[in-house]
Design a binder for this molecule. Structure first.
Ligand code: ATP
Ligand code: FE2
Length: 329
């Protein structure tokens, strides 16, 4: 089966083409706001501008013709309304023009399934950390369920906001990681975790308040140590309660080496295996949308155009999973 997927929940527009066995193309372009945070309409305009080029590029790299596709999938949510509507419209046009099935998929589950696909993890507890999302997800009773999550902002968004206060443009996470390597002193910050849920905005405010008298390096280091410890603690709790033995890290913040290291130590101490997908499949990308679309289409899911409205607050646990997660596909 050959499926093309379009991602466009937030800042990144991406196109992927996949088969059951491999990613044939995975191209994307990221909107970088001139200043401040992401403006949804500006990001959507960016997606309109780049999507035709990305589609051509993906077909060229994958060496397939549009007529050869068996289906189209797109990120139906969660995300920013104008961005979601842009990619949904593009997907509908392709589906109608090529007369092939269309399926809208949940972005968070796409991170999880491409993680299983690319690492060989079977039934993991996934720590999904990105700009907009921070969730601990695992499979239970026919659905991917959220066992813990942020009560306010995503951890990546928190790092980006801290970076912005330091004069670093979006995305700030990678620069915070570099600064943290130079940090020497641990500055105590609020540690905010309730069961398996976490909150980050209080820590952000505390860290910003310390910018006047502490170095950026020490603040970056202290913020990382604090919030990553919270993430690892919540993941460990889920792993233990669910009696699972695999940990999968995903989302843009998964690229952070210190977070990888801390999670791996926890997994090892618990006798669990640790997995992290390659960098280009960690961040928002079209291949993960294509792959999740392929799984649904292969398992018989069909949507009419009328079912393809975007869902801005699309919950991970709102989707029935028709395939056998334990036996992989
Ligand atoms: P979602 O739509 O799933 O919320 P997103 O729009 O935030 O995703 P991603 O590409 O998954 O997009 O993640 C981007 C985030 O990852 C940004 O907040 C960025 O700062 C953060 N990030 C990227 N690399 C690193 C890193 N090395 N360390 C920490 N954070 C990072
Ligand atoms: Fe994402």
């Amino acid at each position: 089966m050959l499926v093309l997927g379009i991602e466009g929940t937030a800042h990144t527009v991406g196109v992927g083409i996949v088969t059951e066995k491999e990613v044939l193309a995975n191209v994307s372009h990221m909107y970088r706001p001139p200043e401040g945070g992401i403006h949804p309409r500006e990001a959507a305009n960016h997606h309109v501008q780049y999507l035709p080029k990305l589609l051509n590029e993906a077909f060229r790299i994958a060496n397939v013709k549009p007529e050869e596709l068996d289906g189209i999938s797109f990120s139906q949510g969660p995300g920013l309304g104008p961005c979601l509507r842009t990619v949904a419209t593009a997907a509908r046009v392709l589906s109608v023009k090529l007369n092939i099935p269309i399926v809208g998929v949940n972005h968070c589950i796409a991170h999880l399934e491409i993680g299983r696909f690319s690492t060989g993890a079977e039934d993991p507890v996934m720590l999904y950390v990105s700009g907009g999302n921070t969730q601990i997800i695992s499979f239970a009773s026919g659905r991917y369920r959220v066992f813990g999550e942020t009560l306010d902002i995503g951890v990546g968004n928190m790092l980006d906001k801290l970076a912005r206060e330091m004069g670093i443009p979006f995305p700030g996470g990678p620069r915070i990681e570099k600064l943290a390597l130079e940090g020497k002193k641990y500055i105590p910050l609020p540690y905010s975790i309730k069961g398996m849920d976490m909150a980050f905005s209080g820590i952000l405010t505390a860290a910003i308040n310390k910018l006047n008298n502490e170095s950026k390096e020490d603040i970056a280091y202290s913020v990382q140590e604090t919030v990553f410890a919270m993430l690892v603690e919540a993941t460990e709790r889920a792993l233990t309660h669910l009696r699972k033995d695999e940990v999968l890290l995903a989302g843009g913040v998964a690229r952070n080496k210190r977070l990888q290291e801390m999670l791996e130590i926890m997994a090892e101490e618990r006798g669990a295996r640790f997995y992290v997908p390659p960098a280009d499949l960690c961040v928002d990308n079209g291949a993960m949308i294509a792959y999740l679309g392929l799984l649904f289409l292969k398992n018989g899911k069909r949507m009419e155009i009328g079912d393809t409205q975007v869902i801005q607050k699309f919950r991970t646990d709102a989707v029935d999973i028709p395939w056998d997660v334990k036996r992989h596909k």
